[in-house]
Write a protein that binds this ligand. Structure first.
Ligand SMILES: Cc1cc2nc3c(=O)[nH]c(=O)nc-3n(C[C@H](O)[C@H](O)[C@H](O)COP(=O)(O)OP(=O)(O)OC[C@H]3O[C@@H](n4cnc5c(N)ncnc54)[C@H](O)[C@@H]3O)c2cc1C
Length: 468
């Protein structure tokens, strides 16, 4: 009798707080039947549901969400809509050159498609396609993009534009920016507005959404039985799209680690943002493994996140993934280091959230516990806002039993480097995390990191980008 661990509702993010949440969909009651059940009402679950309906309109699709759709990572992220070009060398290793190029191109096209989807359905998700700056903020990180840029060029693609150091510094407005490259296809969104908007489209297309319907137990078989607090769903097939919660699932736990990321948002900065000079709407990341990611908002705030990578014992999604004071302090410290002209009291909102990290920071798809009618798509590793659309295509093709370029994609059933079991996972994970924090702090301050911290840091999973 496999069980799933549910969690408390996470503290609302700035994005969620600044919107009125839609009225909840009814919880699952009694015993119901469906063709395909989806567990998880984030971007991955919603795109999968929509894709299934688009391919087979008569297929009954039911989505089960433990709280409200968008209450997980999808409503509390940085809102960077990115491609997979920064992961091209990892993709090449997994899929070979041809498919790596295909997936990277598709991921780039998906960003524009996201904007078109919002326009078509009247979703006001603040979609702004102003590009992304991948920067260095310490000499140790200069040119860390070079290997990736060259790998793209060797495939005949030029998604990245090399800019002069002065131009990158001018665009970020941060005195600590030393150089970088620009990927123009990237966009930013208000992620909670996007999640609520996709949910609305899903409802309009006949997808049954049950909220406050956490699945706590599953009986494998044909049909699969999914048990929620007030009801039971009988499903021919099931898709697991429950992100970091999968890290506590017995058969998926070795594939992903649940790590946190923390974000601070300033109050609207008004003329100060103009003075800083960051007025082009570009999103920015530095080149730390525990990456700083920052962007502006429509109302003139800076939203500044950091991969703070705290973990919990047995991968339980607890308060560390909701509002982690230590992680928030790290994000605030890096914000004030990056923009020293800001006053420490400029912060109006702070929160944390869960990330499902694989070792190579690319997702993995497959069958849960080897069951032929159960599928999973997890491991977005902090880049799922736009690539989740590709995830939806892969999961829909798998669940519908189609033989196409998505079901045959080599991210499906791929061998992955696994995380250790508990208690080594928690103890060792904390050693490595603390070493990375010390190493990267030393580098930012221009000090040499200790040999021990450098060595331990090598054991950490890879980051948002493939770095030289
Ligand atoms: C702080 C933070 C910053 C990030 N920044 C970015 C960014 O800028 N750009 C980017 O591309 N990505 C970013 N990400 C990652 C991105 O948010 C996700 O990859 C993306 O939203 C896809 O999420 P998902 O659908 O897989 O998961 P989620 O949105 O977490 O959805 C999973 C859902 O499953 C539900 N659930 C769990 N267990 C059960 C159960 N047993 N029964 C029913 N429901 C269940 C949860 O409540 C949750 O709503 C960030 C993530 C975080 C946390």
């Amino acid at each position: 009798m496999p069980t799933l661990k549910l969690s408390q509702q996470l503290k609302p993010s700035f994005w969620q707080e600044s919107l009125s949440p839609p009225p909840p969909c009814p919880a699952l009651q009694g015993t119901q039947d469906t063709d395909i059940a989806i567990i998880g009402g984030g971007f991955v679950g919603l795109w999968t549901a929509l894709r299934i309906k688009a391919l087979e309109p008569d297929c009954r699709v039911a989505l089960l969400e433990q709280h409200g759709c968008g209450s997980g990572a999808s409503g509390r992220n940085g809102g960077f809509a990115m491609s997979w070009w920064p992961k091209i060398t990892s993709l090449q290793q997994i899929c070979g050159n041809e498919e790596a190029l295909f997936l990277a191109q598709q991921s780039e096209a998906a960003i524009t498609a996201l904007g078109e989807f919002c326009a078509r359905h009247g979703i006001n998700a603040h979609f702004a396609q102003k590009g992304w700056l991948w920067t260095a903020t310490t000499p140790a990180h200069m040119d860390s993009w070079e290997h990736t840029v060259c790998a793209c060029e060797a495939l005949g693609a030029s998604p990245f534009q090399r800019l002069s150091a002065a131009e990158v510094r001018r665009r970020t407005g941060s005195p600590i920016t030393l150089g970088g490259v620009f990927e123009k296809s990237n966009a930013t969104v208000q992620p909670a507005a996007l999640a609520y908007g996709i949910r609305q489209v899903a409802l309009a297309q006949g997808i049954e959404i049950y909220e406050n319907s956490g699945v706590s137990r599953i009986d494998y078989g044909a049909p699969v039985m999914l048990y929620c607090p007030q009801g039971t769903l009988r499903a021919a097939k099931v898709v697991f799209a429950h992100n970091a919660w999968a890290a506590a699932h017995k058969s998926l736990t070795r594939l992903v680690a649940a790590v946190n990321s923390s974000i601070v948002a300033t109050r609207p900065l008004g003329a100060q943002l103009e003075e800083i000079g960051w007025n082009g709407g570009e999103s920015v990341t530095d080149s730390q493994l525990f990456v700083d990611y920052y962007r502006t908002t429509r109302d003139g705030r800076i939203v500044f996140g950091k991969g703070t990578a705290a973990i919990s014992k047995n991968s339980v999604i607890n308060e560390v993934f909701s509002a982690d004071p230590a992680g928030i302090a790290l994000a605030k410290e890096d914000l004030l280091h990056t923009y020293p002209m800001l006053s420490p009291d400029c912060i109006s909102h702070a929160w944390s959230g869960p990330i499902d990290r694989t070792y190579d920071s690319l997702p993995v798809f497959g069958h849960v516990d080897g069951q032929e009618n159960l599928f999973f798509g997890i491991g977005w590793s902090g880049n799922g806002v736009s690539p989740s659309q590709l995830g939806g295509r892969i999961l829909a093709s798998l669940a519908l039993g189609r033989d196409d370029e998505w079901s045959r994609c080599k991210l499906v059933g791929r061998p992955v480097k696994t995380f250790p079991p508990e208690p080594l996972r928690h103890i060792g994970g904390n050693w490595v995390r603390n070493a990375v924090i010390r190493k990267e702090k030393a580098e930012l301050l221009g000090h040499p990191p200790s040999l021990r911290d450098r060595w331990l840091s090598r054991l950490a999973p890879s980051g948002l980008e493939d770095k030289s």
